[in-house]
Design a protein around this ligand. Sequence first.
Ligand code: AMP
Length: 402
Amino acid sequence: MSNVLIINCGSSSIKFALLLKEQNFRIHGLAENLGTPEARIKGVTLGNQPVDIKIPNADHKEALEVGLSRLANHKPDAIGHRIVHGGTLTQAELITDEIVDVIRQATPLAPLHNPAHLVGIEATKRLFPDLPQVAVFDTAFHQTMPAHAYRYAVPKFLYTEHNVRRYGFHGTSHAYVSERGSELAGSFKQGGWLTAHLGNGSSTCAIWNGESVDTSMGLTPLEGLVMGTRSGDVDPSLHRFLEANLGWDIYKIDKMLNSQSGLLGLSNLSNDMRTLIEASEQGNEDATLAIEVFCYRLAKSLAALSCGLPRLDGLFFTGGIGENSAYIREKTLGYLPHFGFNLSIDANNNLKRGTEGRIDAGTGPQIWVVPTDEEGRIAQETENVVNGIYTTKKTEQDAVVA
Ligand code: AMP
């Protein structure tokens, strides 16, 4: 197989990438504002020419048709769909009617994402009826978590009858980064590692011998760390407080916690870490506090997740912030001195943007920066499924969601 098309469908947008294996090249495109007069496709051609095509009122299928017609001779051999929620499925799966049902039934757990993914699957099926299509789930990597890590301390029937449990997300990133990182460290998929995926959405993960044993996100991607616009953990009684004192309903509270909180809420300025670092340097106290809360809460999460590991070999930073901000890495590690982390200030500051590298001073747990490659991982998993490397291994828990 040489060309894999990766589709990441949102409610009004589609990110797509065609990975041309033989040429070791990727073509990227973004269709946005779908279903509105402003719908358009942006991307770059193989010759690195920018593309900006207006497609007024186009839906997902039309956008894919227009976008993919520009790929000239580079036709895909298989399609990999990034799917946020796969319930309790443990691995990527060939898309069949049964898998479409699982994605549909997990919709209450990812109401913004899963319906859009189904639209994308339908569109690509109509466009490429003969190509194998694979669903790669953000949740699958975390299905190895033990029950004591994934269960909430709420009445049991909420789990058994309504699937209320921790699932975890960013699985393709944590899987890729921990595999690549442990390979760089000379212990491929061995030992105990922490990963910090820090971008607009952020999460941590504890990995033992290549398997996720705990992660910071839960039932939904709101739990855990401070993110761009998401609050992460709050006291669940905040809901009652806001209802009783401000008269807010649950939808308003949910919107506030998902879209108006996190770095944006704390700083009252921006969800973008670069903007906040610049503002902080210019004396903006709210930006300074937002950065401090972000780093402290991240350190707390890493410390907590280390309880899932029999031994701590090291930490991998990834995501837009984790890969690019020496300042955030240093500040976070400053809250973890008792773990013996020994950051090399020079190695940390001198690591070139977008490169992988070790940044500890040679004693204590290792510290690495490993740029994530979710697309590459989705393409690899798609190939594995199509080539039949995965056998379908269902767990008892599939019955809970399916
Ligand atoms: P992602 O969602 O992984 O694309 O990451 C986006 C986040 O990475 C945004 O908050 C950016 O401000 C942040 N980011 C990118 N480059 C840098 C940088 N050099 N320093 C700090 N934050 C950065």
